[in-house]
Design a protein around this ligand. Structure first.
Ligand code: GDP
Ligand code: MG
Length: 149
C-alpha cells in the first residue's frame, strides 16, 4: 500500500491546527502508520529541503522549520501521495483553493502550514530520512472493507 510523508510545520503547531489537519486525512480514509512530535535539527531540515538549497529562500525556510516543534507523520492508503497534495493545496496559500489546508488557513508562502511528499521516490526517501523502520506500525483499520471494494 502506498505511503507518504507529511509534516505539520511549526506554524501549524503554534496555531493549534494539528487536530484539524490530522482529522482531514483520517476522515478521507487514510491510515496513520507513524507519528512523532519533534524539534528538527538544522542538519535534518537542510537534508529534507536539499532540492531547494540554491534558492534564495533556503536559509529562511530552514530557520523556520527548526524554529519550533513539528509533527512528522506517515500516512498510508490508495493514492495517498497525490491525494494528500490535493488536500494540502497549492504551495502559495493565496493560490490554494478554499477547502484545502493551505487554502483555508494560510496567507503567505513562507508560512504554509504543512509539507507533503510530491512523488513516490521522494515519499520513500523522506520516510527513510525522518523515521526508523521500528517507528512505523503495520495495522489494518476496521474500516477497510468499507473503504475498499
Ligand atoms: P511544496 O512542495 O508545495 O511545499 O513547495 P516547494 O517544494 O516548491 O517548496 C518547499 C517549501 O519552500 C514551500 O512549502 C514553502 O514553505 C517554501 N517556499 C517555496 N517557494 C518559496 C518562495 O518563493 N518564498 C519563500 N519564502 N518560501 C518558499
Ligand atoms: Mg516540495
Amino acid at each position: 500500500m502506498e505511503r507518504t510523508f507529511l509534516m505539520i510545520k511549526p506554524d501549524g503547531v503554534q496555531r493549534g491546527l494539528v487536530g484539524d489537519i490530522i482529522s482531514r486525512f483520517e476522515t478521507k480514509g487514510f491510515t496513520l502508520v507513524g507519528m512523532k512530535a519533534m524539534t528538527v535539527s538544522k542538519e535534518l531540515a537542510e537534508k529534507h529541503y536539499a532540492v531547494h538549497r540554491d534558492k534564495p529562500f533556503f536559509g529562511s525556510l530552514v530557520d523556520f522549520i527548526i524554529s519550533g516543534p513539528v509533527i512528522a507523520m506517515v500516512w498510508q492508503g490508495n493514492g495517498v501521495i497525490t491525494s494528500a497534495r490535493k488536500l494540502i493545496g497549492a504551495t502559495n496559500p493565496l493560490s490554494a483553493e478554499p477547502g484545502t489546508i493551505r487554502g483555508d488557513y494560510g496567507l503567505t508562502i513562507g508560512r504554509n502550514i504543512i509539507h507533503g511528499s510530491d512523488a513516490l521516490e521522494t515519499a520513500e526517501a523522506e520516510i527513510d530520512l525522518w523515521f526508523d523502520a521500528g517507528e512505523l506500525i503495520a495495522w489494518e483499520s476496521c474500516q477497510r472493507p468499507w473503504l475498499y471494494e
